[in-house]
Design a protein around this ligand. Structure first.
Ligand SMILES: [Zn+2]
Length: 117
């Protein structure tokens, strides 16, 4: 997790993507189980409002993980079709350090900054 492999090293990128997808899937599974445990052990001393608030937080976290998983799967599909690592907006290569930090990114730094404006 220190130095990014060159973009041509597809197996290394596939490993990184699949590893993250597996971690995210595991977190999704554990998150669902965690909700049940929370309800059973803590609902007694939490007010209904607190219980609803923590449930909403857990659901938001699950939605985020679901989105992350979709983004990782889309990145794997781009890897198969040879488009991985290139900005979806301007077609320039995405900086490797940026990609290594989050292989699911689809935009280069300048297009991402543009999109946030
Ligand atoms: Zn771009």
């Amino acid at each position: 997790m220190d130095t990014p492999p060159p973009l041509e090293d597809q197996p290394a990128w596939r490993d990184a993507l699949e590893q993250r997808a597996a971690d995210t899937r595991r977190a999704l599974d554990e998150g669902t189980e965690g909700d049940v445990t929370l309800d059973q052990t803590r609902v007694g001393r939490l007010s209904r409002m607190d219980a609803l608030a923590s449930q909403a937080l857990a659901q938001a976290a699950q939605r985020r993980r679901g989105g992350t998983l979709k983004a990782l799967e889309a990145a794997l599909a781009r890897l198969e079709s040879g488009q991985f690592g290139y900005c979806l907006s301007c077609d320039e290569p995405i900086a490797l350090a940026r990609l290594w930090h989050n292989p699911a990114v689809t935009l280069c730094l300048s297009c991402a900054a543009e999109a946030e404006r």
